[in-house]
Design a protein around this ligand. Structure first.
Ligand code: GDP
Length: 440
């Protein structure tokens, strides 16, 4: 996410390193580089110019007031301005209606259907809601099928009517169905076109007037750069929507859309999509995003994700097993599953301050654990619970089964052994013991 922009901003801000104070000359040099970085990230020219003017003004204004290093001060100013540019505060969605109606708008392919599913799943699992998905794309039968597939995947009911070709009537029937069946949120997926056109705009306006949603959300593909901003403007002129959803931020988007959209339509970005899976949805926090763009990581989100996935019962079970020396490869596998639920490794790495830069160019597989999993899956249940049974011939068999070589299996066993010892030590009041061992 934003790798290029992060790198360029980092370079720009380093210009000031080594200078004792902020002067007009080195500020001008830095802001010029910052502006170039923004333009390269596909930020609109006018926005980039205004942005750097504000940064410059602030930097020169704070010259005497601060004892910070100029480089640090500049990073702080750029961070604050980036946060403001992306909306300042975090904005939630209005769930006050009964039911709350959320209308999705956006071009075809922007990720509307996928996001409708993600949002429904998020509201169900994180906010304890009972959502209903409504399929209002009457032009493409495949779109209705797609929403049903998504609904099945996450266990959420989908309302559709293939006999009806009036999207307004379907939306109304969907809301009535929700009321009658105790759904407290209705998410309406509408038809998109490949480009902005008047009929589509009229249709969605009419649906909106008929069902009066609490939230009209505009979904846009962040990979489309400046086009994303233009499309947002066209939709907002007609719909005056309530919030923006930026999808596909996991791809190598240059980031321009995320940075420009708020100031062009003056509507908050509410959520982001970071992958094709149903769990790949995040509330958009402007300040955390600014941190990430500036390579400062996002420890808060990382900890939140870890907490969300933390399963107390599982943890207690594992603890008992460690105490009894029974921690085996099945437990190891379940630990890996928990980590994987937090998101893909590349994404997680980006949340660790400085890690993005350090790991740049390193090819981290999206599924970094797949070799380990393959090896464990090739073991018998008996071998998994008693790894000491793994002799040479068993290892050979596992190597064959998993398509890895014996050396890799030995390495995994060694790591597993070290980890088990460490865990045992940590548990048995071992913190102290370990300190003693280290001469503490
Ligand atoms: P719609 O036509 O607006 O309903 O778009 P879809 O929901 O069908 O999405 C279009 C394509 O984008 C599909 O292949 C999705 O899997 C993919 N997609 C949607 N959201 C994301 C995302 O956040 N990241 C990635 N990588 N792909 C996404």
């Amino acid at each position: 996410m934003f790798d290029n922009l992060s790198e360029k901003l980092d370079k720009a801000l380093h210009v000031l390193k080594g200078h004792g104070q902020i002067t007009e000359i080195n500020v001008a040099e830095t802001t010029k580089e910052v502006r170039r970085a923004l333009l390269d990230a596909d930020v609109n020219f006018k926005i980039a110019k205004e942005f750097t003017n504000r940064v410059k003004e602030k930097a020169l204004g704070q010259n005497v007031l601060t004892t910070l290093q100029p480089g640090q001060l500049m990073v702080k100013i750029v961070k604050d301005e980036l946060t403001q540019l992306m909306g300042g505060e975090t904005e939630g969605i209005d769930l006050s209606g009964s039911p709350s109606i959320i209308l999705m708008s956006g071009l075809q392919g922007s990720g509307k259907t996928t996001f409708s599913g993600k949002l429904a799943n998020y509201l169900k699992t994180k906010k304890n809601k009972k959502p209903l998905l409504v399929a209002c794309d009457v032009y493409r039968p495949a779109a209705i099928d797609q929403l049903h597939v998504v609904g099945d995947q996450i266990g959420i009911e989908v309302f559709s009517d293939r006999e009806n070709n009036d999207p307004i009537a379907i939306a109304q029937a969907g809301v009535a169905h929700a009321k009658a069946n105790g759904h407290n949120v209705v998410i309406i997926d509408t038809a998109g076109r490949l480009a902005v056109d008047e009929r589509m705009m009229n249709e969605i306006s009419n649906i909106r007037n008929a069902i009066k949603p609490q939230e009209t959300l505009f979904v846009v593909d962040s990979m489309t750069g400046q086009d994303a901003v233009n499309t947002a403007k066209a939709f907002n002129d007609v719909l005056n929507f309530d919030g923006v959803i930026l999808t596909k931020l996991d791809g190598d988007t240059r980031g321009g859309a995320a940075i420009s959209i708020k100031s062009v339509v003056d509507k908050p970005i509410k959520f982001i999509g970071t992958g094709e899976k149903m769990e790949a949805i995040d509330v958009f926090h402007p300040s955390r995003m600014a941190d990430r763009i500036l390579g400062m990581g996002d420890v808060i989100s990382l900890v939140e994700r870890a907490q969300e996935q933390f399963d107390e019962e599982e943890a207690r079970k594992i603890q008992k097993k460690i105490a009894k020396n029974k921690f085996g490869f099945d437990d190891f596998l379940s630990q890996i599953q928990q980590i994987k639920k937090m998101g893909n490794i590349k994404d997680l790495m980006g949340m660790i301050p400085g890690a993005g830069k350090a790991l740049k160019g390193l090819d981290i597989d999206d599924d970094a654990f797949k070799h380990i999993e393959a090896i464990i899956h090739s073991m018998t249940p008996d071998e998994r619970s008693t790894p000491s049974k793994l002799n040479a011939s068993r290892k050979k068999r596992i190597a064959k089964g998993s398509g890895r070589d014996v050396q890799e299996i030995n390495q995994l066993l060694k790591q597993f052994d070290q980890m088990s010892k460490m865990m045992k030590m940590m548990q048995g009041g071992g913190g102290k013991k370990m300190m003693q061992m280290m001469g503490g």
